[in-house]
Every structure is written in C-alpha cells, then in structure tokens.
Design a protein around this ligand. Structure first.
Ligand code: F6R
Length: 241
C-alpha cells in the first residue's frame, strides 16, 4: 500500500480530487466507485469546482456507490442517494442514468443485492474511493465479513450506528440495516484510494496498514491490493509514524 501523509483535511481533499480528475481524464468512459460520509465531502466540492471552472467534465463518467441505508430513499436527506446528489451529482454534468446506488427502498432486498451485483459486474471501477470506519469497516463491510463477499444486506454494528448518529437528530433514527458492496467487489477495482483524517481514525489506520490481514479488520485486505493508496492526515497517521 502506498501511503501519502498530508498536513490536514484540505490537503487530503486536494490529493483525492486530483486522483479522481486524473482517472476521469485518462479514459473514454471512466467508472468511479464513490463513498459517502464526511471524509470525501471536501474532495467532491473541489471536483465540482473543477467542473465549474471547465477543467473537468463528467459527461461520460459512470459511478457506482458503496452502500445505501435500508428504508431510506431519495426523498430522505439522510439517504446516500440524497447525499450524492447534494454533494456531487447535481453540481456537475454527470448523467443521472450513469449513476448507480443500491435501492434502500426495494421491496425484495435480496433481489436488490443480486441486481446490484450485476450492475457492478458491468461497471468495474477504474478508481474506488474508500473512507474508513473507526472499526476498520470499508463500505458497510463490518468486522468479520468474509473477504470473498459480494453485495449483501448488513446489520450495522452498534459501533457504526453510534458513529453515524452524528448525522441524525437522535441515535434511534439511524437505520440498523444497509446494502453494501462486498469486499470482493471493492477489491476488483483497478485502483483504490482510501482517505482518513482525524485522530479518531488512528487505530483503524494502524490496523489497516500494519495489522494482521484478518476479517476482524476488513480494511486490512487492502494490503494485498496491487494499486492501493492511503491519503491520511497527520492526526490519523499518528500510530504509524
Ligand atoms: C460510506 C461508507 C463508510 C464510510 C466510513 C467513514 O459510503 O461506506 O465506509 O466511508 O464509515 O465515514 P466518515 O467519512 O463519515 O468518517
């Protein structure tokens, strides 16, 4: 794993936005794997600025997102589809039909997982962006998820529900289930960039980078990916320095 240590959130966001822009420019129809959460927001803002300054077009870009909460749809501002519209899709020239997320409102969730597996087979990521859970999760692949898992339904861990409560009025409003891209489908990406900032991520960063490769820390599998870069600020890197 290549490790890039940066000073702060701004520098991390710039490095991620540049990595995305490079992939978008290098292919006729690039596929981006996208993450939600607070970590990539700054990079999405910069990508929207590149578009506004006519430095970058997303006209031919296809996107696949990592995950979606079960029970939330586009009319709920906490859904990941709303997050993506607000932070990127509505700010650039992405064609809506080229953007893909699991449908958290599907009546048959198992069928929805199978549908999303097929979407991912047809849209292999040139670049997958990953945030990192404080428990080492990637996507919503919680500790002890098999490394060979594809898109599946998950029961969110108490740790993740607690972490994500900051986006909701009350912890009781955090959905307890989600559909997530599996680790096998994350690892299929040609290139992976993981971003992490803040001291609350330091332990997970250490376990991901230096720990045993084990399903107890889902992100540790990234040590085996042929083209994975970690962009991390000094606070999140403090246990690997
Ligand atoms: C988001 C996702 C999660 C987050 C992770 C970190 O789509 O799949 O794995 O990347 O929970 O979240 P933040 O960035 O909010 O700390």
């Amino acid at each position: 794993m290549k490790i890039v240590i940066v000073q702060d959130y701004e520098e991390m966001s710039r490095a991620l936005a540049d990595a995305v822009a490079e992939v978008v420019k290098s292919s006729q129809s690039p596929v981006l794997g996208l993450a939600t959460g607070s970590t990539p927001v700054g990079a999405y803002k910069m990508l929207a600025e590149f578009f506004a300054q006519k430095k970058l077009s997303f006209q031919n870009v296809r996107t696949v997102n990592l995950d979606e909460y079960v029970g939330l749809g586009s009319d709920d501002e906490q859904s990941y589809v709303s997050f993506m519209r607000r932070n990127l899709f509505d700010l650039v020239d992405l064609q809506r039909q080229n953007t893909h997320l699991p449908n958290g409102l599907a009546t048959d969730l198992q069928q929805e997982c199978l549908r999303y597996r097929r979407v991912l087979q047809q849209n292999v990521q040139d670049l997958q962006i990953l945030g990192l859970g404080t428990n080492g999760h990637i996507g919503f692949n919680e500790p002890n998820t098999p490394f060979d898992e594809q898109t599946h339904l998950v029961e969110l861990s108490p740790n993740t529900i607690h972490d994500n409560a900051r986006f909701f009025e009350d912890v009781s409003q955090v959905p307890t289930k989600a559909i997530t891209m599996g680790i096998a489908e994350i690892m299929r990406a040609k290139k992976i960039v993981v971003v992490a900032n803040g001291s609350n991520k330091a332990r997970a960063v250490r376990d991901m980078v230096c720990g045993e490769i084990s399903e107890r820390c889902p992100a540790s599998i990234l040590q085996t990916h042929p083209d994975c870069t970690l962009i991390v600020d000094t606070l999140a890197a403090k246990l690997i320095l």
